[in-house]
Design a protein around this ligand. Structure first.
Ligand SMILES: [Ca+2]
Ligand SMILES: [Ca+2]
Length: 275
């Protein structure tokens, strides 16, 4: 087969490029909403556990707990995103930003912290349009339990530490300003705390360790509560993840093979022309 000189040169360079230049890395961005979220409501009585699986996320201390006189009990948010089913395995996470909307804009300007949760937890059918929450329903995470067992509360799977098991390392912090009810968006970003990125990378690399974050507000005094939209209201919490996808070994091998075949064909064509 006689290949015109122009095409031979062309093929030669294509083959060379495939052989010596690694396939380009693909930068991408994905926005995730929670796969589940809930609120832990401080309560030591196993029979009176409360949650808000289908309502908004509350943190800090309210001035109510739905059990008589105000006892300014603590609320903590739980939120989890499905990282591993949203980003190609092996990708390198380059930035992470969690954004949530403060519904009320009341109760001061606390710093609100994220910590990586260390155990799995549930989201049941509990719902209350407010901070006092609802009696826990089947499978709800509560102050004492990870998955509430309605028929036999004390048989529920328990947290090791009431109020949730989480890393002592802070993954992110943000000041949630009193915005006079404007309903502003607030963000926690890896630009301010690299642990946030490390958490997401670890969840991609080891999906079985992804239990999301606990959200902890000012628990030092009463009436510091903040109320965030959950995945059941709008706008949902969002996790924006920038990453670099590494091509799979099979596609690298394919490109390499194409390059080799191109090179071989070139040599054959050249040798035929010389003979
Ligand atoms: Ca849900
Ligand atoms: Ca929820």
């Amino acid at each position: 087969m006689k290949v015109p000189a122009m095409y031979r040169t062309y093929l030669f360079w294509i083959g060379l490029v495939f052989l010596v230049v690694p396939p380009s890395l693909n930068a991408a961005v994905v926005t995730l909403n929670p796969v589940k979220d809930n609120t832990l409501i401080q309560q030591s009585d196993p029979l009176l556990q409360r949650s808000n699986g289908q309502g908004d996320i509350f943190i800090g201390r309210t001035n109510q707990d739905g059990q008589g006189p105000a006892t300014i009990s603590i609320r903590r948010g739980l939120v989890e995103f499905d990282v591993a089913n949203s980003i190609p395995a092996g990708s390198i996470i380059t930035s992470v930003t969690l954004t949530m909307r403060d519904v009320m804009g009341l109760n001061g300007d606390p710093v609100v912290y994220l910590h990586r949760l260390l155990g799995d937890w549930g989201e049941g059918a509990s719902f209350q349009n407010g901070g006092q929450g609802d009696l826990a329903k089947e499978g709800d995470a509560t102050w004492l339990y990870t998955f509430f067992n309605v028929a036999n509360p004390t048989a529920s799977t328990a947290w090791i530490n009431p109020g949730g098991d989480f890393s002592s390392t802070v993954s992110g912090s943000a000041t949630i300003f009193d915005d006079l009810g404007a309903g502003q968006l607030f963000s926690w970003t890896s630009a301010n705390n690299s642990q946030l990125l490390a958490d997401v990378q670890s969840w991609l690399n080891n999906p079985s360790t992804n239990f999301g974050w606990i959200i902890i507000g000012d628990e030092s005094k009463g009436q510091t509560a903040k109320r965030f939209n959950s995945s059941e209201s709008s706008p949902q919490p969002s996790l924006v993840i920038s990453y670099t996808a590494i091509p799979e070994a099979s596609s690298i091998a394919m490109l390499g093979t194409m390059g080799l075949l191109g090179g071989v064909w070139l040599r054959v064509s050249r040798s035929r022309r010389m003979n």
